[in-house]
Design a protein. Structure first.
Length: 158
Protein backbone atom coordinates (compact mmCIF):
# COMPACT_ATOMS: atom_id res chain seq x y z
CA UNK A 1 0.00 0.00 0.00
CA UNK A 2 1.17 3.53 -0.67
CA UNK A 3 2.90 5.44 2.08
CA UNK A 4 0.10 8.03 2.31
CA UNK A 5 -2.46 5.35 3.16
CA UNK A 6 -0.11 3.84 5.73
CA UNK A 7 0.30 7.31 7.24
CA UNK A 8 -3.49 7.70 7.59
CA UNK A 9 -3.71 4.26 9.19
CA UNK A 10 -0.92 5.22 11.60
CA UNK A 11 -2.81 8.39 12.58
CA UNK A 12 -6.00 6.42 13.01
CA UNK A 13 -4.28 3.98 15.37
CA UNK A 14 -2.25 6.53 17.35
CA UNK A 15 -4.53 9.58 17.43
CA UNK A 16 -7.96 8.12 16.72
CA UNK A 17 -8.39 10.20 13.58
CA UNK A 18 -10.52 8.73 10.84
CA UNK A 19 -8.91 7.70 7.54
CA UNK A 20 -10.43 9.92 4.80
CA UNK A 21 -12.82 8.18 2.44
CA UNK A 22 -10.73 9.42 -0.52
CA UNK A 23 -7.80 7.34 0.76
CA UNK A 24 -10.00 4.29 1.30
CA UNK A 25 -11.59 4.63 -2.15
CA UNK A 26 -8.19 4.81 -3.81
CA UNK A 27 -6.15 2.37 -1.75
CA UNK A 28 -8.42 0.09 0.29
CA UNK A 29 -12.04 0.05 -0.93
CA UNK A 30 -12.63 -3.19 0.97
CA UNK A 31 -12.27 -1.20 4.23
CA UNK A 32 -15.15 1.20 3.50
CA UNK A 33 -17.82 1.01 6.18
CA UNK A 34 -21.47 2.11 6.14
CA UNK A 35 -20.41 5.12 8.20
CA UNK A 36 -17.94 6.12 5.46
CA UNK A 37 -20.78 6.27 2.91
CA UNK A 38 -22.09 9.51 4.46
CA UNK A 39 -19.61 12.23 3.54
CA UNK A 40 -20.35 15.64 5.08
CA UNK A 41 -18.23 17.84 2.82
CA UNK A 42 -16.88 17.59 -0.73
CA UNK A 43 -15.39 14.52 -2.36
CA UNK A 44 -12.72 15.58 -4.85
CA UNK A 45 -11.36 12.63 -6.81
CA UNK A 46 -10.42 14.61 -9.92
CA UNK A 47 -7.44 13.22 -11.87
CA UNK A 48 -7.18 10.09 -9.69
CA UNK A 49 -7.02 6.45 -10.88
CA UNK A 50 -10.33 5.59 -9.17
CA UNK A 51 -12.56 3.24 -11.20
CA UNK A 52 -15.74 2.94 -9.09
CA UNK A 53 -17.72 4.33 -6.16
CA UNK A 54 -19.71 2.28 -3.62
CA UNK A 55 -23.51 1.97 -3.78
CA UNK A 56 -25.54 4.17 -1.42
CA UNK A 57 -22.91 6.91 -1.28
CA UNK A 58 -24.25 10.21 0.05
CA UNK A 59 -22.17 13.36 -0.14
CA UNK A 60 -23.34 16.54 1.57
CA UNK A 61 -21.14 18.77 -0.57
CA UNK A 62 -19.99 18.28 -4.14
CA UNK A 63 -18.28 15.49 -6.04
CA UNK A 64 -15.67 16.04 -8.74
CA UNK A 65 -14.87 12.94 -10.81
CA UNK A 66 -13.34 14.73 -13.80
CA UNK A 67 -10.61 12.91 -15.69
CA UNK A 68 -11.00 9.65 -13.75
CA UNK A 69 -11.46 6.10 -15.03
CA UNK A 70 -14.98 5.81 -13.61
CA UNK A 71 -17.28 4.02 -16.08
CA UNK A 72 -20.53 4.09 -14.10
CA UNK A 73 -22.04 5.77 -11.06
CA UNK A 74 -23.35 3.82 -8.06
CA UNK A 75 -26.99 3.13 -7.29
CA UNK A 76 -28.73 5.53 -4.92
CA UNK A 77 -26.10 8.25 -5.27
CA UNK A 78 -27.15 11.47 -3.54
CA UNK A 79 -25.11 14.66 -3.83
CA UNK A 80 -25.99 17.76 -1.83
CA UNK A 81 -23.86 20.11 -3.93
CA UNK A 82 -22.43 19.92 -7.44
CA UNK A 83 -21.59 16.78 -9.42
CA UNK A 84 -18.86 17.23 -12.04
CA UNK A 85 -18.46 14.42 -14.58
CA UNK A 86 -16.28 15.95 -17.31
CA UNK A 87 -13.97 13.93 -19.55
CA UNK A 88 -15.33 10.53 -18.49
CA UNK A 89 -16.29 7.37 -20.36
CA UNK A 90 -19.66 7.16 -18.58
CA UNK A 91 -22.48 6.85 -21.14
CA UNK A 92 -25.46 6.86 -18.78
CA UNK A 93 -26.51 8.07 -15.35
CA UNK A 94 -28.21 5.89 -12.72
CA UNK A 95 -31.95 6.18 -12.11
CA UNK A 96 -32.96 8.26 -9.10
CA UNK A 97 -29.81 10.41 -9.21
CA UNK A 98 -30.28 13.44 -6.97
CA UNK A 99 -27.94 16.43 -7.25
CA UNK A 100 -28.64 19.45 -5.04
CA UNK A 101 -26.41 21.81 -7.02
CA UNK A 102 -25.21 21.88 -10.62
CA UNK A 103 -24.81 18.72 -12.69
CA UNK A 104 -21.88 19.20 -15.05
CA UNK A 105 -21.68 16.63 -17.86
CA UNK A 106 -19.62 18.66 -20.33
CA UNK A 107 -17.17 16.69 -22.48
CA UNK A 108 -18.78 13.40 -21.48
CA UNK A 109 -20.39 10.57 -23.44
CA UNK A 110 -23.76 10.78 -21.66
CA UNK A 111 -26.38 10.03 -24.29
CA UNK A 112 -29.56 9.36 -22.32
CA UNK A 113 -31.63 10.78 -19.46
CA UNK A 114 -32.26 8.51 -16.44
CA UNK A 115 -35.57 8.13 -14.62
CA UNK A 116 -36.19 10.54 -11.74
CA UNK A 117 -33.16 12.76 -12.36
CA UNK A 118 -33.36 15.64 -9.90
CA UNK A 119 -31.06 18.65 -10.30
CA UNK A 120 -31.38 21.49 -7.79
CA UNK A 121 -29.60 24.07 -9.92
CA UNK A 122 -28.36 23.96 -13.53
CA UNK A 123 -27.45 21.21 -16.00
CA UNK A 124 -24.38 21.63 -18.25
CA UNK A 125 -24.28 19.56 -21.45
CA UNK A 126 -21.64 21.18 -23.67
CA UNK A 127 -19.85 18.67 -25.94
CA UNK A 128 -22.11 15.71 -25.14
CA UNK A 129 -24.26 13.53 -27.42
CA UNK A 130 -27.34 15.05 -25.74
CA UNK A 131 -26.27 18.53 -26.87
CA UNK A 132 -26.13 17.37 -30.48
CA UNK A 133 -29.38 15.39 -30.49
CA UNK A 134 -31.81 17.60 -28.57
CA UNK A 135 -32.81 21.15 -27.82
CA UNK A 136 -32.99 22.59 -24.31
CA UNK A 137 -36.78 22.32 -24.37
CA UNK A 138 -36.68 18.67 -25.52
CA UNK A 139 -34.21 17.76 -22.78
CA UNK A 140 -36.26 19.48 -20.09
CA UNK A 141 -39.42 17.70 -21.35
CA UNK A 142 -37.65 14.31 -21.33
CA UNK A 143 -36.47 14.85 -17.76
CA UNK A 144 -39.95 15.89 -16.59
CA UNK A 145 -41.67 12.98 -18.39
CA UNK A 146 -39.33 10.61 -16.57
CA UNK A 147 -40.32 12.03 -13.17
CA UNK A 148 -37.41 14.41 -12.69
CA UNK A 149 -36.62 18.11 -12.85
CA UNK A 150 -33.92 20.71 -13.37
CA UNK A 151 -34.64 23.80 -11.27
CA UNK A 152 -32.10 26.01 -13.06
CA UNK A 153 -31.01 26.47 -16.65
CA UNK A 154 -29.85 23.85 -19.12
CA UNK A 155 -26.63 25.02 -20.75
CA UNK A 156 -24.73 23.88 -23.80
CA UNK A 157 -27.68 23.21 -26.10
CA UNK A 158 -29.11 25.43 -28.84
Amino acid sequence: MPNIYNFFKFLEKKKGTKTPIEAKLLYAPEEITDEDLNVEGDLNLRNTPITSLPDNLQVGGGINLSNTKITSLPNNLKVGGYLTLTNLKITSLPDNLKVGGNLILSHSKISSIPNNLKVGRSLYLRNTPLEVLYSEKEIRNMIEKKGGYVKGEIYGVD
